[in-house]
Design a protein around this ligand. Structure first.
Ligand SMILES: Cc1cc2nc3c(=O)[nH]c(=O)nc-3n(C[C@H](O)[C@H](O)[C@H](O)COP(=O)(O)OP(=O)(O)OC[C@H]3O[C@@H](n4cnc5c(N)ncnc54)[C@H](O)[C@@H]3O)c2cc1C
Length: 338
């Protein structure tokens, strides 16, 4: 005998709509804290319209938007996100016995329906599409999401850039907006906004899990082990630090909840440290990931043939000169070795 179907758990902790500067930053911050994130990315892109991006930090001669877009998608994937090349058509509440409806008393969920693939459910959704919020219409119960504007003699409705607060939170529980916002007019400010929203999502997920606001706000840092000196090499010191910081907080320091959050917070703080070997390995992986995106001719032009030949194994050079071309490696082959 089969009873009523068990409501399914949310497929994803977070769905991010858009992998431009705002969406990529939000997705990376959320995934790096262990949330299960899917990013949908297709459709009208503001970034794709820039002829060459010259004011984004870290690119001294600018960067072409195709390369930056590829790098952002790869960064999201490496952070643990699933990046899906599909266009989101609707985001709706999972209700009325439909797919993804949460058990009574559980937090609300969303159903995200893309153009081609299957719908997914998510506890949180981050909108990160500068040009379009139309797919959110089904959540606009009080008509506050869009504002009428006159343009060229016609009235049209645009997503209200002030609908969400500075951290992207909206009146719809679980819905965040990284873009459109007042930050989306430049790529770097859009990315900064996305990062703020990603951090808010992480803090809210922690609060759902029993953390209190002051404990839930964290930083996403990677720190040198060599800086962890003296008493701070001892985990007990970190436990003391947590106790001192939160002694007057809203949760009883003798409670099981306090102990559980302290354990997770101390684990989180300690996991930020990497030793010199690990930092060097990450630096090498970082160079390789960039190199994979570079035009080989530009690399030869920048370094000169002698520098590149010096970097090659002599046997590989001899084999290549011998005509079998065996020094050539596919990017995926190189990636598998990391
Ligand atoms: C002509 C022009 C030139 C510009 N030049 C510069 C410049 O030189 N420097 C600068 O800093 N800024 C420039 N900008 C602004 C810059 O492009 C934006 O500030 C920035 O791209 C905003 O980032 P975003 O992530 O908010 O949105 P977007 O860059 O628009 O990214 C949104 C992403 O979401 C995807 N998407 C859209 N709808 C959906 C959907 N329904 N489902 C799934 N995915 C979706 C898109 O494909 C896109 O990848 C320029 C803009 C334009 C129009």
């Amino acid at each position: 005998m089969s009873g009523p179907a068990e409501p399914e758990a949310a497929d994803r902790d977070v769905v991010v709509v858009g992998c431009g500067p705002a969406g990529c930053a939000a997705a990376v911050f959320a995934a790096r804290d262990g949330l299960d994130v899917t990013v949908f990315d297709r459709g009208r892109s503001s970034l794709a319209r820039c002829a060459h991006l010259e004011n984004y930090p870290g690119f001294p001669a600018g960067v072409d938007v195709g390369t930056l877009s590829d790098l952002m998608r790869e960064q999201a994937e490496r952070a643990g996100c699933a990046v899906v090349d599909d266009l989101v058509e609707t985001v709706e509440r999972a209700t009325d016995g439909g797919p993804g409806e949460p058990p009574e008393g559980d937090a609300p969920r969303f159903v995200v329906t893309p153009q081609e693939g299957d719908p997914v459910t998510a506890r949180r959704v981050v909108a990160a599409t500068r040009y379009d919020g139309e797919y959110l219409r089904g959540l606009d119960e009080d008509g506050a999401m869009f504002e009428a504007r006159d343009r060229d003699g016609e009235t049209r409705e645009d997503f209200d850039r002030e609908y969400a607060d500075r951290d992207g939170k909206t009146p719809v529980e679980g819905l965040y907006v990284a873009s459109p916002s007042d930050a989306d007019r430049q790529a770097v400010t859009a990315a900064g906004r996305g990062a703020r929203v990603g951090k808010r999502v992480v803090a809210d997920a922690r609060i759902d899990d029993g953390w209190w606001p002051a404990a839930a706000e964290g930083v996403d840092w990677v720190r040198r082990e060599a800086e962890r000196e003296g008493e701070w090499t001892d985990r007990e010191r970190w436990v003391e630090w947590f106790d001192e910081t939160h002694a007057d907080g809203p949760v009883d320091p003798d409670s099981e909840r306090f102990a559980r959050v302290r354990e997770a917070a101390v684990d989180d703080a300690l996991s930020a440290y990497v030793d010199a070997d690990e930092a060097a390995a990450r630096a090498a992986a970082g160079h390789r990931a960039l190199a994979e995106r570079l035009d080989p001719e530009a690399v030869v032009d920048a370094h000169g043939p002698a520098a590149l030949l010096d970097a090659l194994d002599d046997g590989a050079v001899a084999a290549y000169a011998g005509g079998d071309g065996s020094t050539r490696r596919e990017p995926t082959e190189a990636r598998d070795e990391r």
